[in-house]
Write a protein that binds this ligand. Structure first.
Ligand code: CTP
Ligand code: MG
Length: 382
């Protein structure tokens, strides 16, 4: 079958009134990053999705840039969710299929997207649904009759549509009537909406207590990963000694293309290792003149960013410096504080150790300094 152009719209223009907080709920942190960053990553990294558009409230450009970074495609939404969806639909150009997703549902697994897109082969719309577990009853002041829950489902997002059909349905929907979701809009125009299996991870953040529930859902799917890093640089006279992010007074310094801070390089490689993202050389090639003399805290901060962009949380970093001189002990606390600062961690999450090599080998002869590091992170599991 010919591949169809597929867009995704994340509606994030709501005020999040029921959730409260200092920023609208979609920009509040879940698992250490703004809620919207989770579903954006899931949609943007899905192989079947060609572009992702975010619909935001007027004046929220800064919040969006801080949440996702870079040039995120976005348009300004409207006073209702339906108006925001319409603004998004008008801005996705010639896409043939669209997924419309609430920013307030952060945890979107690729399998749900796969199921929705597969269903669109035969219908104009598809939604993820889950069975209703609780007893459902009418309330008429006092408790009324129980409703047969076997015939009911909970409807989630993303909702998937043929673009032409959902645009047409939204155009026909009366302006003064609210719609609970886009599937209802499509159905009102005669379109058929398939149901696929939803995911409890997709539950919406609506009230303040939902943040704790979202954190718990996220924690339940995080897995721990550790990786190591190792680096060596040569000691030479006439060089500055940058070590662990500090300028340390010493008779010699480390030479290399950047500032040659072996300690930060080892931690950078350890972090890159936890997400299988190559090594420091592949991100900052020594052949590239822009890294000549570069401060290594930039490399380290970038590696931490990459881990967080993958939804990862850095739990701990352990560094060992191998050298005869200088003595590391007097600098240990400042080094821990500096590394914690670069990584956005607390000092208690950073360990700095040092050892001589008993005057053996290149470190023992004072020809160079070696460093090794272990980083432990948690990343979203499958
Ligand atoms: N939404 C939107 N534009 C609106 C209203 C809502 O894009 N005018 C988005 C929200 O940002 C959210 C999704 O639609 O991602 C679902 O809406 P809801 O959970 O109701 O969010 P809010 O409207 O922001 O919350 P509240 O109703 O509590 O104010
Ligand atoms: Mg609302």
């Amino acid at each position: 079958m010919e591949r169809m152009t597929t867009a995704a719209i994340i509606v994030a223009a709501g005020a999040g009134e029921r959730a409260g907080g200092s920023v609208p709920k979609q920009f509040a942190p879940v698992g250490g990053v703004p809620a919207i960053a989770h579903s954006y990553r899931a949609l943007a990294s899905h192989p079947a999705i060609d572009r992702v558009l975010v619909v935001i409230g007027d004046g929220h450009e800064g919040l969006l840039a801080a949440a996702i970074g870079g040039d995120v495609g976005h348009v300004i939404g409207g006073a209702t969710r339906r108006a925001s969806v319409r603004a998004g639909l008008a801005a996705i150009g010639d896409a043939e299929r669209v997924l419309i997703h609430d920013a307030a549902r952060p945890f979107l697994r690729a399998e749900v997207i796969d199921r929705l897109l597969a269903a669109l082969d035969t219908t104009a719309g598809a939604v993820p649904v889950l069975p209703v577990a609780d007893t459902i009853a009418r309330r008429e002041g006092v408790l009324g009759d129980v409703v047969d829950r076997a015939a009911l489902v909970r409807v989630q997002t993303p909702q998937a549509f043929r673009v032409e059909a959902i645009r047409d349905a939204h155009a026909r929907w009366p302006d003064d009537v609210e719609a609970t979701d886009d599937a209802a809009v499509l159905r009102a125009s005669g379109g058929v909406v398939a149901t696929v299996e939803g995911d409890a991870m997709l539950d919406k953040i609506t009230h303040p207590a939902d943040f704790a529930a979202a954190e718990a859902r996220l924690a339940s799917r995080m897995i721990s990963r550790s990786a190591g890093g190792f680096d060596v640089h040569r000691l030479e006279a006439g060089e500055e000694l940058w070590l662990g992010g500090l300028l340390i007074p010493h008779s010699m310094g480390l030479s290399g293309h950047s500032d040659a801070d072996v300690a930060l390089h080892a931690i950078t490689d350890a972090l890159l290792g936890t997400i299988g993202s190559g090594d420091i050389g592949s991100h900052f090639p020594p052949s590239d003149p822009q890294w000549k003399g570069a401060a290594s805290d930039r490399f380290l901060a970038h590696a931490a960013d990459l881990v967080r962009r993958d939804g990862g949380v850095i739990d701990f970093v352990d560094l060992t410096i191998l050298c005869e001189a200088p003595k590391i002990g007097p600098h240990r606390d400042a080094m821990r504080a500096r590394i914690a600062d670069i990584l956005g961690l607390s000092v208690g999450q950073v360990s700095v150790k040092a050892t001589t090599t008993e005057r053996l080998g290149f470190t023992g002869r004072g020809e160079g300094i070696a460093a090794q590091a272990v980083a432990t992170v948690r990343v979203p599991g499958v």
